[in-house]
Design a protein around this ligand. Structure first.
Ligand SMILES: Cc1cc2nc3c(=O)[nH]c(=O)nc-3n(C[C@H](O)[C@H](O)[C@H](O)COP(=O)(O)OP(=O)(O)OC[C@H]3O[C@@H](n4cnc5c(N)ncnc54)[C@H](O)[C@@H]3O)c2cc1C
Length: 387
């Protein structure tokens, strides 16, 4: 398979993954412990600061490189982008909306990975519909807040030392303004109430968090302005979705490479199974889906570079690529036969991991709603990239 030309920084990550990660993935997966050495190596490469401006110690990479790095990491060991994606979203939120003090205090620590971050939005009673969040930040006479509430499914929730929490002010009708708050994990009242067991990504912690009357200073309010939480979060989704699509392409690339090699090595009825047309159909479908996936991401990136935003195309890319990746991992399993189902080969793991991308960063049902809404509200189809 040919690989597209990439920038030196992406090439550096690709070589790092090939040399230091890919050969050891089976061992990492078998170990029942947090892969701190991998996280340290990513920090050493500056990856925790990918989206942070250089003046605050980051690499400030262009979006194309960020997405391409997610692909390389996803192709090497899909757990790695999971450590990074929500961290980078928080970093981007602070870099975009933070006050000068918030940037100076947090961005250098986020950039060198000494403080990892979690994005804390979902609650037991609401995920897609974030307008319904119930966590409360009660304003105090000194300008600070007292934060209480429960959050669920938080990636990095246990190990993160900075939580970006969505909460609302109290109001008689329960619909007080929603804001984002920067909460340090050391603050009294921040508690990991439960770790959640899940189908894949065993090494990435997913936690339920409880905030029990956590006292926050006025400086905890992102950007210093109340009521901006939802637009701030929503503005990050476009890049988050492209990063997720990049990760999914990496996983699909891995699945196809394993299936293709296996089909050449495995013989039935006196010949390699890649000579059987039924297997060739699987391989052809997988490769076509993979190339189409990359093209979708490229289209969204080009449109964004030209017009500044590409919400519809980013949603299309996330929708198409993540569904394709689910299909590709399933097709790979068929090519490997029984070996696709056992842990000796990576396919059973990729098959378990792929669905998460369909469900999160806006489920794929929500992506379809975004796509239709963007089309309906647009002035002209050329602004959407449809003509
Ligand atoms: C492993 C993992 C990691 C996660 N990490 C984080 C994290 O770091 N931070 C965080 O805040 N959250 C995180 N989440 C939560 C995730 O973002 C939510 O699960 C997701 O937003 C969906 O919310 P929900 O599960 O409450 O489903 P719901 O919102 O209850 O949706 C249930 C179903 O209804 C569909 N649906 C909902 N509304 C509509 C509609 N209007 N039209 C059509 N269909 C609709 C959905 O597509 C879905 O199929 C994580 C979840 C998992 C499983």
């Amino acid at each position: 398979m040919t690989e597209p030309d990439v920038s030196p920084v992406v090439e550096g990550v690709r070589q790092f993954v090939r040399r230091e990660i890919a050969p050891h993935v089976a061992r990492f997966e078998a170990q029942d412990e947090f892969p701190q050495q991998v996280v340290d190596a990513m920090a050493g490469l500056g990856l925790f600061g990918m989206v942070i401006p250089e003046e605050h110690g980051g690499l400030d990479l262009p979006l194309e490189d960020y997405v391409a790095i997610m692909e390389e990491l996803g192709a090497g060991w899909s757990a790695m982008p999971s450590f990074l994606n929500s961290h980078c979203t928080v970093a981007r939120l602070i870099a975009t909306y933070g006050t000068a003090e918030q940037k100076a205090r947090y961005l250098p620590q986020l950039a060198d990975g000494s403080r990892r971050a979690a994005i804390v939005l979902t609650e037991p009673s609401t995920g897609s519909d974030l307008k319904q969040v119930r966590a409360q930040a009660v304003p105090q006479p000194d300008g600070g807040f007292v934060l209480s509430g429960q959050k669920i499914f938080i990636t990095n929730g246990q190990r993160a030392r900075l939580h970006m929490v969505l909460a609302r002010a109290p109001a008689a009708d329960g619909k007080g303004p929603i804001s984002l708050f920067i909460v340090e994990s050391e603050a009294p009242g921040v508690e990991v109430s439960r770790l959640i067991d899940k189908m894949g990504f065993k090494h990435v912690d997913t936690a339920e968090l409880r905030f029990d009357k956590v006292r926050l200073g006025p400086e905890a309010l992102l950007g210093g302005e109340a009521g901006k939480g939802l637009p701030q979060v929503l503005s990050m989704l476009e890049t988050g979705r492209l990063a997720m699509a990049g990760t999914a392409v990496g996983m699909a690339r891995n699945a196809l490479a394993v299936a293709l090699q296996y089909s050449k090595d495995r013989e039935t009825f006196g010949q390699p199974i890649c000579n059987h047309q039924a297997v060739q159909i699987h391989l052809a479908n997988m490769a076509t889906q993979l190339v189409a996936s990359r093209a979708m991401i490229g289209e969204a990136l080009r449109h964004k570079a030209r017009y500044g935003r590409a919400d519809m195309l980013a949603s299309m890319a996330k929708l198409f690529v993540t569904e394709a990746t689910m299909q590709i991992t399933q097709d790979a399993m068929r090519v490997l036969g029984g070996y696709g189902y056992v842990a000796e080969f990576p396919i059973e793991r990729l098959y378990r991991e792929a669905p998460i991308y369909v469900l999160t960063e806006g489920s794929n049902e929500i992506q379809r709603i975004v796509i239709a809404r963007e089309m309906i509200k647009a002035d002209g189809p050329e602004r959407l990239g449809l003509v």
